[in-house]
Design a protein around this ligand. Structure first.
Ligand code: SAM
Length: 412
């Protein structure tokens, strides 16, 4: 069976690719990948990616420098990528390609350019869940600009906020996943016929991969419409998006869904039996951790001399081994309130780089091509790989269930 050609953007150390290469039908082939860490001479994530994956073209260049022609030559069927939550507001411009211009350096516009150049069947993106609510002064605007843009490009879009631990994984990591597919494909046409609730509770890609209860949380169901006028959306749109939703031909149904939970993997199960003594935390270092994790109410002085009380709630002294890990951040390798601290046989210690990899479901030693601090950093940036495998399993089945005859050029 013909493979689906995948382009991996913002590839990091390859979480999407690892997940997609593990699917049941093995239908994905990453043929082009891009990873570039701004401002860094040594490109650790890229070097790791290039050493772990042999096939396909690996490009270590600012995505903004990749030409339209190179993009179009990838002939992508699926574009995947995890990208930052930035300011997506736009203004009208006289010569922009979509007749609009967004802020410089905003990576979503590079994804848009890739889509315009390749018109893939599917797009699968990952972002922090804050995207649904940003910015705070015009809640939902950034996500709405994204939806409006994809709508204009001929795509319908499904989204779900997923906490990896709720579906059996070892980390409480909540991220939004966005699945877009061409509206004029057989799949798009069939999905357009469903009522919104049936779609989101049962038939959509996310409902198939990650079951939810067939009732909303606290009656939170809402509908709205999004115009194709992206500037109007950017200027005026504000809406409370829930954790699950669908936009079909600009019409949105969004529901706060409740996951059908699968038992999480407790930290205990991913802990290494033998570890280097350098991970043991005691003395001054332990005192610092205790202070950082503790409750605080202290007087501080601002730069302008103004005195104020800083308060912060306390955390447990160490992370319970009977629970999944907390969200791993890029600062995991430093002494920090968010860094995991575990206690075993009376000793405190931090996680080893291998344990950090296991929290995300990467193979042991995946990032051992780079310095240790960077290994934690890359894991803080990465995603929980088995989630992608579950999505990939459904996307490859969808692709078989709804065979497509139209060519890429027949999109709009
Ligand atoms: C959230 S991380 C994605 C991690 C990835 N999903 C993984 O599993 O490792 C975003 C990545 O985008 C890369 N990046 C940031 N700006 C970029 C640019 N202008 N061009 C290409 N890559 C960029 C960063 O170096 C980072 O590795």
């Amino acid at each position: 069976m013909e493979k689906l050609k995948v382009v991996e953007l913002f590839a990091g150390v390859g979480g999407f690719r690892l997940g997609l290469e593990n699917t049941e039908l093995n239908r994905f082939e990453v043929t082009w990948a891009n990873q570039w860490e701004p401002g860094k001479k040594v490109q650790h994530a890229f070097d790791c990616y290039a050493s772990r994956f042999e096939t396909g073209k690996h490009v270590n260049e600012d995505i903004a420098e990749v030409t339209d022609r190179e993009m179009s030559e990838t002939n992508a069927d699926l574009i995947v990528g995890g990208f930052p939550c930035q300011d997506y507001s736009v203004a009208r411009s006289l010569n922009g390609e979509l007749g609009i211009s967004g802020k410089k350096g905003v990576l979503f516009w590079e994804i848009t350019r890739f889509i315009q150049n390749t018109i893939p069947k599917y797009v699968l993106l990952e972002n922090v869940d804050r995207l649904l609510k940003s910015p705070s002064k015009q809640r939902g605007r950034d996500f709405a600009v994204m939806l409006s843009t994809l709508h204009e490009l001929g795509y319908d879009v499904e989204w779900r906020v997923i906490n990896a631990a709720e579906y059996g994984n070892a980390q409480r990591r909540r991220r939004i996943f966005i699945f877009a597919y061409r509206r004029n494909m057989t799949y798009g046409k069939e999905m357009a016929k469903l009522n919104g609730e049936d779609f989101l509770y049962n038939k959509g890609m996310f409902a198939r991969a990650f079951p939810v209860k067939e009732e909303p949380y606290k009656n939170r169901v809402a509908e709205t419409e999004i115009s194709g006028d992206i500037v109007d959306v950017s200027d005026n749109f504000s809406f409370e998006f829930h954790n699950t939703g669908i936009m079909r031909n600009g019409e949105i149904t969004t529901i706060h869904t409740i996951p059908v939970e699968e038992p999480a993997t407790p930290l205990r199960e991913i802990i290494e039996e033998n570890y280097d003594g350098k991970y043991v935390v005691d003395g001054e270092k332990l005192e610092k951790f205790k202070y950082l994790r503790g409750q605080k109410k202290e007087e501080r002085t601002a730069k302008n001399g103004h005195k104020y009380f800083y308060t912060e709630g306390g955390m447990s002294e160490s992370d319970s081994l009977d629970l999944p890990g907390r969200t791993m951040l890029t600062s995991e390798g430093s002494i920090n309130r968010s860094t995991h601290l575990i206690k075993m046989d009376g000793k405190y210690r931090t996680l080893t780089p291998i344990e950090a990899e296991r929290l995300n479901g990467f193979p042991d030693g995946w990032t051992d091509t780079m310095p240790e601090r960077t290994r934690y950093f890359c894991m803080g940036n990465a995603l929980v790989v088995p989630l992608i495998t579950r999505m990939g399993n459904e996307i490859e089945k969808i692709d078989i269930e709804y065979p497509e005859n139209i060519t890429q050029l027949e999109l709009l």
